[in-house]
Design a protein around this ligand. Structure first.
Ligand code: BTN
Length: 269
């Protein structure tokens, strides 16, 4: 496999115990999530990372594709082997969003990233980072169940296809300066490891708190488009439940949602 320059710069900066200690770098691959799944089934340890300078079949949530300019962004996947009950796997996404927001902030201050429930990190109210969490069920494999956390972070992308709505952004576009990828990647692996590990310490209490501190729309009336449906629900956003679900105060009372797409008026474009 051809080595990518990003990895050579990353190695001396890495401050983690496990995340990124086993790492595979691709000049180009279909999807890092797909490659990480294969590696997990072959027995990859928790924290193993697949990163690519370019993906030819990058995947987003809800069956969408994820495209990113070659060599300018961070597109990677982490193999996780959580021992949390599966109904709490949603907390992993929350932890990953908090970790990404913290790492991004170190490079964008005074701009402060916020979070759009459940999986998006926003900068100046536009999406700069998304997560895709996929579970692998044991099946016939000898390996234990794993979860793949895919992260797509727009770092130095300077242009996006016109048809993406709402309009995404990148760290470069919002700060007006290029951001070095390797230090950002090293920081992100460190915050991911720390926030993921903390889920075992207090049942995710702290994560929910810091997630809500950054939650876009908290306390405001938002519209939620339910996944696999054209139905929408409007309500005031009250916060996040213990399993990471969204709580809305709707005209028919308090309701909890496990999936969906939140829009605020600002993002109708
Ligand atoms: C979303 O916001 O829809 C989630 C986007 C996740 C994209 C990342 S890029 C690295 C990893 N590999 C993939 O194919 N997808 C995720």
């Amino acid at each position: 496999m051809q080595q990518i320059a990003l990895l050579e710069t990353l190695q001396p900066l890495l401050r983690t115990e496990t995340f990124g200690r086993a790492i595979e770098g691709h000049v180009s691959t279909g999807s890092t999530n797909t490659r990480a799944k294969t590696w997990a089934l072959e027995g990859a340890d928790e924290g193993s990372v697949v990163v690519a300078d370019y993906q030819t079949a990058g995947r987003g949530r809800h069956g969408r594709s994820w495209t990113a300019q070659r060599g300018r962004n961070l597109t990677f996947s982490v193999v996780l082997r959580p021992s949390l009950p599966s109904e709490r796997f949603g907390l992993i996404t929350l932890a990953a969003c908090v970790a990404a927001a913290e790492a991004i902030e170190a490079f964008t201050a005074p701009l402060i990233p916020s979070i759009k429930w459940p999986n998006d990190v926003l900068l100046c109210e536009r999406k700069c980072c998304g997560m895709l969490l996929e579970s692998i069920l044991p099946g016939n494999s000898e390996a234990s169940e794993a979860v793949i956390l895919g992260v797509g972070l727009n770092v130095n992308q300077d242009d996006f296809p016109e048809d993406i709505r709402p309009r995404p952004t990148s760290l470069l576009l919002e700060t007006g300066r290029p951001v070095p990828r390797a230090p950002l990647f090293a920081r992100l692996l460190q915050t991911l490891e720390r926030r993921y590990t903390s889920l075992y310490e207090d049942d995710g209490q702290d994560i929910r708190c810091v997630y809500e501190d950054r939650l876009s729309g908290l306390g405001r009336t938002v519209t939620l488009r339910l996944t696999s449906s054209t139905r929408t629900v409007e309500g005031r956003m009250l916060g996040i439940t213990e399993s990471g679900a969204l709580q809305l105060d709707t005209k028919t009372g308090l309701q909890v949602f496990h999936a969906g797409e939140v829009t605020t008026r600002r993002h109708a474009d």
